[in-house]
Design a protein around this ligand. Structure first.
Ligand code: RTP
Ligand code: MG
Length: 155
């Protein structure tokens, strides 16, 4: 028996418009699935500007904020909730550094991106922000309660 010591968390993961346009949806979902995390919510969605602004409100003083908001509403995104032990930090490792040129090969941004302004995917940076973002992007009733059977992962 192996006791998981990491707290079970939820992360808001979003495939940005460039990731959807480039046909990376299946590839990205595969990476989270095979890592062992559980999908609790999933939808294709055209974000309104106000939602993109609220999502990145912590960055509103940054010079790239208007461009960032335009980018996020430039086409449909795939909104996801992934759950599991330590998923917040682990997802950010799977995703890689903000600037895809600095992201390690093997990470999503390292494998598929070139520019920070088109970096394919978003992942929550803390458990609190994860819950804040999930509440922002999903309505009551859109998330599904189910348990992924881990019998074949953990001894
Ligand atoms: P995200 O929130 O999208 O997962 O990205 P992150 O944590 O790695 O980076 P963050 O600092 O939260 O920035 C949010 C997004 O803003 C765009 N950005 N552009 N041009 C720039 O220097 C620049 N810096 C950030 C990126 O799309 C980044 O993911
Ligand atoms: Mg961030």
């Amino acid at each position: 028996f192996f006791a998981v010591t990491q707290a079970v968390e939820r992360s808001y993961i979003m495939i940005k418009p460039d990731g959807v346009q480039r046909g990376l949806v299946g590839e990205i979902i595969t990476r989270f699935e095979r890592k062992g995390f559980s999908l609790k919510g999933l939808k294709l969605f055209q974000a309104p500007k106000e939602l993109a602004e609220e999502h990145y409100s912590e960055l509103k003083e940054r010079p790239f904020y208007p461009e960032l908001v335009k980018y996020i509403v430039s086409g449909p995104v795939v909104c996801m909730v992934w759950e599991g032990p330590g998923v917040i930090a682990s997802a950010r490792k799977l995703i890689g550094a903000t600037n895809p040129l600095l992201a390690e090969p093997g990470t999503i941004r390292g494998d598929f991106g070139i520019q920070s302004g088109r970096n394919v995917i978003h992942g929550s940076d803390s458990p609190d922000n994860g819950e804040r973002e999930i509440a922002l992007w999903f309505k009551e009733g859109e998330l599904v309660e189910w348990t992924r059977n881990r019998t074949h992962m953990l001894a």
